[in-house]
Design a protein around this ligand. Structure first.
Ligand SMILES: [Zn+2]
Ligand SMILES: [Zn+2]
Length: 136
């Protein structure tokens, strides 16, 4: 998202943008971003300081590390960003910061749900879906 600094004043300015998830190159082997990344930001400027409150909505396809199932998750995150801008610059670019925030929010362990029961090591049944008859 690129904002023309000349348009920013003390009055909040709202801006939205949809970014092709492929452009941000976020995918890892078990988390793939699908659809667009939707960004809503509200900017406010006070002299050289620009404050932005942004919310980012993404859709990701995860491969659960426990049951190996693939699930689509909708994730929305809110960020507060602040910038000190030079009076000589015309634009403010915030994409790289938003991208970084999304990356920081990557789950340490990718799970379909916190209490995923995984698959039975003996018969391979997905224990979220059915009980297996193996003896514990
Ligand atoms: Zn799972
Ligand atoms: Zn089993």
């Amino acid at each position: 998202m690129r904002i023309e600094l000349g348009r920013l004043t003390e009055q909040p300015l709202e801006a939205s943008e949809d970014i092709d998830a492929g452009k941000w190159d976020l995918d890892s082997f078990d988390v793939k971003f699908i659809k667009n990344i939707h960004i809503d930001c509200k900017f406010r400027r006070s002299g050289k300081d620009v404050f932005a409150h942004c919310s980012v909505l993404t859709h990701r396809l995860i491969t659960c590390s426990r049951c190996l199932g693939k699930y689509e998750q909708e994730v929305s995150q809110d960020f507060n960003l602040s910038y000190r801008v030079s009076l000589r610059s015309d634009y403010l670019e915030i994409d790289s910061d938003l991208r970084e925030e999304v990356l920081l929010n990557f789950p340490m362990k990718v799970l379909c749900k916190p209490d995923c029961r995984g698959i039975c090591p003996r018969c391979g049944v997905n224990l979220n879906i059915e009980e297996c008859r193996c003896k514990k």
